[in-house]
Design a protein around this ligand. Structure first.
Ligand SMILES: C[S@@+](CC[C@H](N)C(=O)[O-])C[C@H]1O[C@@H](n2cnc3c(N)ncnc32)[C@H](O)[C@@H]1O
Length: 183
């Protein structure tokens, strides 16, 4: 089955978990992974779906053995395991990342539909990312709206700053990329 067909089937059966009308474009994937290089060390991805961002992370030079994915959907997990040999894929929520991954991750790349999640889940996910990141590690998240997916109050509570690092028009719908860091 092609990536697009698999995505559409899962969109029909689990619309709330997917919360997107199409996989990310290669332009968005490139913008999400612009800070990565072969020197990035360990990287984590949240909500990889069919693996559009996963492919871009590996293309940026991250070694498969340095990449760990967290994906809820078992059908996507099977597809990811066969498409990306050497990459570790956990079939569990991103909020559990710190129980599976040791600290020292340089970047968490998130394709999660964070804005469509309840406030508490959103906060637990961002907290889990910063629990595994190095002190200068980055959390990269896209949104389809104008504002970052983490509210100013949540950022204050978590001690974070944010910067818009891209606005990608060639995506359905157009998306903004935000990079979060410790303040
Ligand atoms: C919008 S799709 C993004 C897919 C892909 N990253 C992309 O950009 O095309 C969101 C993905 O997040 C997954 N997901 C939703 N909630 C999750 C959670 N709490 N932990 C891990 N994955 C989750 C869904 O199953 C889905 O594959």
């Amino acid at each position: 089955m092609t990536d697009t067909l698999l995505f559409l089937r899962q969109l029909i059966s689990r619309p709330k978990q997917i919360s997107a009308i199409a996989p990310s474009s290669r332009f968005l994937a490139r913008a999400m992974t612009a800070a990565l290089s072969p020197a990035s060390g360990r990287v984590v991805e949240f909500g990889p779906g069919t693996g559009v961002l996963t492919r871009a992370i590996l293309a940026a030079g991250v070694k498969p053995q340095n990449l760990t994915l967290f994906e809820f959907n078992p059908d996507f997990v099977s597809h990811l395991r066969s498409s990306f040999p050497g990459v570790t894929v956990h079939n569990t929520g991103a909020q559990t990342a710190a129980t599976h991954v040791p600290k020292g991750v340089s970047a968490v790349i998130s394709g999660l539909p964070l804005l469509s999640m309840p406030f508490e889940v959103r906060e637990a996910i961002v907290r889990a990312a910063f629990d595994v990141l190095t002190p200068d590690g980055i959390y990269v998240q896209f949104t389809y709206g104008g504002k970052p997916a983490v509210s100013p109050d949540q950022m204050r509570a978590l001690g974070l700053t944010v910067e818009q690092t891209a606005h990608v028009l060639f995506n359905l719908p157009p998306a903004r990329v935000h990079t979060f860091r410790r303040a």
